[in-house]
Ligand binder design. Sequence first.
Ligand SMILES: Cc1ncc(COP(=O)(O)O)c(C=O)c1O
Length: 448
Amino acid sequence: MKTNKLAINGGPKAVDKLGPFPTKIGKDELLEVLDLWQYSGETKAAITTLIEQDNGIKGPHLFRYYNPRPSKVAAAEDAMRNLIGTTYCMAANSCTSTLITAYRALGIGMGDEVIVPAYTFFATSATVAASNAIPIIVDIDDTLCMAPEAIEKAITKRTKAIVPVHMRGAAAQMDAIMDIANKHGIPVVEDTAQAAGGSFKNQMLGSIGTIGCFSFDYYKVIVSGEGGFLTTDDKRLYTRALNWHDCAACWRPDRFGPERENEDLFCGENYRMSELEGAVALAQIRKARTIVSRHHAAKKKIKDAIERFEGLTFRRLPDEQGDTGICLTLFMPDADTARNVLPALQAEGVPAGGIYDSKIRDWHVYNYWDHILQYKSVSADRLPWSGVPRNELPKYTKDMCPNSLSLLARAILIDIDYNLSNEDCTRIAAAINKVLNVYLAETRVFVK
Ligand SMILES: Cc1ncc(COP(=O)(O)O)c(C=O)c1O
């Protein structure tokens, strides 16, 4: 018998069944992902047949929150926390995002200053400006990282963070930097984009300062295509970071609840990591120690086999044991020699690159950061530059860090791949010796 009694009053439900709904992401998408591995045609056909036969396939849940299955992003955060040794770890879609998140979690904004090195990928300082603060650019030294004495000179009443960057896989002078930061009560954000798995005096990079920021983009020590992680021991900063990286508040235990006492509610953005990147990152983090030790061994083999020349020096490593080993840096006696040696090494097949050539634009060196040097702004408010009186803005010039430029112009980088065999390392070292014996012949040191 038909009844109009409402379900809410105990009547029958008018809609008691919907669907079935196939999953939004199913077999086709899985095959596209598999295609990224470029399996042979035969393997692909075999996998496709297997997948096509499985009718019970459940589509993935690629959103990290509200996941009915264990989240890969959460597992990657746990693995990273264990690797780095901090209490908290938050995944994000890039290191650029984690840097902005770090500055915002620290409350940095208009009128504040953040100290960054003259040599780093531009993202370190672009994110300061994107957070409405002013990047204060300081010299590096022969560690290729921030010079502690340059930091001390740059500190003002506006300084709200110091951002050492562990360039090319190896640590900045973290003991001296932390001493300065602690003396002045300034937080340290370690830009560890290029040095995941490295350490300084037995402390993992990214766990020494107030916050650590990591990149997993395609070019880094461990990779997930795109991706970043933020590490910290500070619960309040972690909570504020979560809020900045997910303004939709999916991270919150009580999603739409009012602010809690730890100032966790403000307007943020969306930097969440997806489960696809989370899964790749998790597998990579599990391999991190092996990858680093293989880099390290290959680098040592090459470095030990290079002959001695008075005109040749190596990058100073504040902790050689903690180096990730992704890169070997040679300093030539002058920029002209470096300019000649580099193409000669490349012609021999050595994976070598330069850092700074006054004729080649590269955003790893401050004097090509036109957007900063020329006070560029995205909006009519002229932020971040309008945040301080005009006569108190930093006087940026192309030659403001001459020590950095002269060091970088003399540097040659040799990329170390962790798959290099012993024979590969021997061949690379022999090629380096072959070239140096021509260009640095007069400075050869004969070792008995
Ligand atoms: C030192 C440094 N910081 C930050 C970044 C930005 O990383 P991502 O590409 O993950 O945003 C990079 C990337 O090259 C980097 O080298």
